[in-house]
Design a protein around this ligand. Sequence first.
Ligand SMILES: [Ca+2]
Ligand SMILES: [Ca+2]
Length: 179
Amino acid sequence: MAHEVHEAHRRAALVFSLFDANGNGVLEAEDFDLMSARVLAVAADSSETARQALADSLRRYWEVLSAALDANDDGVISPEEFRGFVLNPELFGATASDFADALAALGDPDDDGLIERSRFLALMTAIGFEEANTEALFGAFGPDSGDRIAVPTWADGIRDYYSPEKAGIPGDQLVPTPA
Ligand SMILES: [Ca+2]
Ligand SMILES: [Ca+2]
């Protein structure tokens, strides 16, 4: 159990660094607007509905996070305040789920239910993941002979990744191993 908790905390630290899109060491509304803009920039061919859903999901994500974690109500979430992330699996799990569905949908602009490697890499890099780790994760999802994965496969992977209490999942490959 202690091992799982440790993994969850390590992943929470990476989630914090991904959320901190402007890299200033705290989370604020601007980070989520910036992430939204970066993701939408590589999904220009997705439908307006799908693009709006992603923007809405990230806005809600910030609202839920700040309402729960900005303990001193200064409009930003410090790394110390973010430690509460792993203590609220139900609240953040539901929010992560909406984001997961919205992001995965952007991976499938032609709506055939499949996500091609190049699109997956573009979206994951826009979120802030390293390219090498992203390639490894795509392989772990078991792409088909056309080098594509199913939309729900990725949506479930994102859901698990951003769910604070999960451990022992494919997304743990994205967590850097301490030297
Ligand atoms: Ca920030
Ligand atoms: Ca704060």
